[in-house]
Design a protein around this ligand. Structure first.
Ligand code: BMA
Length: 333
């Protein structure tokens, strides 16, 4: 593993991650390039799984841990804990996470999918799309990826893509989300909400909505936003409706640091669209759906984890400062 020295005026707020999974940019690579060994997680890594995708990983005690969307062979959607030494080769718990909580009305399982994991203050906060008479945003936390505690659902149904910011903003916890409907929602804008206690969410602000092309049907926040001195780098998915159905790509935006509902710039082209066979062929064709990014702040290297075709988990690499430059140089008006 080599660490290319990149000179950039952009300052990334974060820690070093010298063992970030990494592969150098190939000769024909652009701003973002895929791991040559994709997919990193096959659909059948655990005996009961139909598919493992749209999953979230974080650094953990010098190695890596995460929460993984595993749809089982009954096609029930749930989330599992997992660990890895190198971020590429993963061991997942065969059984889904069982959340501890005060109120069985809240912890009762309907379905869980599309987790995100965010280190905030002293714990790993997990958010996911939680079935509670329709999809809403479930919130929980863990200290060790063994015991997980569940808090109140953040919102009323219907909502998806709940993504926490990694620190308080203006003294409050902050989350992006995407209000939706109970089906394969044909619309969707990103909103910002804040909370004093991670249970009561309010002061909702509209962040951004659909635009042309790859982001014309709906958009939703992807990985935990990355803090830079120029703003929050948000990688987000965008959906277009083709004659064959939805196509999920992802791009990036830069949000104001203290008022993240203010968009500084947003990319007109996508960063990555489903063009490889493992993104085009699977249970849901043409889906590249990012849920996590590891960051090595000093070098700016990031490793983006995304689901391929709602079937497998994939990895792509980029530099934070190059994505920020890409967003600014290719910004929507
Ligand atoms: C969304 C979610 C995602 C999925 C996507 C494409 O509504 O269900 O988990 O990747 O559709 O099927």
């Amino acid at each position: 593993m080599s660490t290319t020295q990149v000179v950039s005026p952009l300052k990334i707020i974060g820690t070093e991650l010298p063992n970030i999974p990494w592969e150098e940019r190939p000769a024909d690579g652009g701003v973002i390039w895929r791991y040559s060994g994709n997919p990193v997680i096959p659909r059948d890594l655990i005996p009961t799984s139909n598919s493992i995708f749209n999953s979230a990983v974080v650094p953990y005690h010098g190695q890596f841990a995460g929460v993984f969307r595993c749809d089982n062979q009954a096609r029930e959607m749930n989330i599992h804990s997992g660990r890895s030494v190198d971020g590429i080769s993963w061991e997942l718990e065969p059984d889904p996470i069982e959340f501890q909580g005060d109120d069985p009305e809240v912890t009762r399982l309907m379905y869980r999918y599309d987790p995100r994991v965010c280190w905030i203050e002293d714990r790993y906060v997990v958010t996911w799309c939680n079935g509670y008479h329709g999809p809403t945003i479930g919130v929980g936390y863990t200290h060790d990826f063994n015991t997980f505690y569940q808090l109140e659902n953040a919102f009323l149904p219907f909502n998806r893509n709940g993504v926490m910011f990694p620190r308080r903003i203006r003294g409050k916890y902050a989350m992006l989300s995407r209000p939706s409907d109970n089906g394969h929602t044909p619309f969707g804008d990103i909103f910002y909400s804040e909370s004093p206690d991670m249970e009561h969410w309010g002061r909702h602000r509209w962040v951004m909505g659909t635009r042309g092309g790859w982001q014309s049907t709906k958009i939703g926040a992807g990985p935990i936003p990355i803090e830079t001195d120029e703003g929050w780098l948000l990688i987000y998915h965008g959906v277009l409706t083709s004659c064959n159905g939805f196509v999920y790509s992802f791009g990036a935006a830069l949000l104001d640091l203290e008022q993240p509902w203010k968009v500084i710039a947003r990319s007109r082209p996508y960063l990555l669209s489903p063009q490889r066979i493992y993104e085009q062929v699977g249970d849901v064709p043409n889906v590249a759906f990012p849920c996590a990014a590891l960051v090595d702040a000093p070098s700016g290297r990031i490793a983006i984890y995304y689901g391929g075709a709602d079937t497998v988990t994939c990895l792509a690499f980029a530099y934070v400062h190059e994505i920020v430059e890409f967003v600014k140089a290719n910004a929507l008006e």
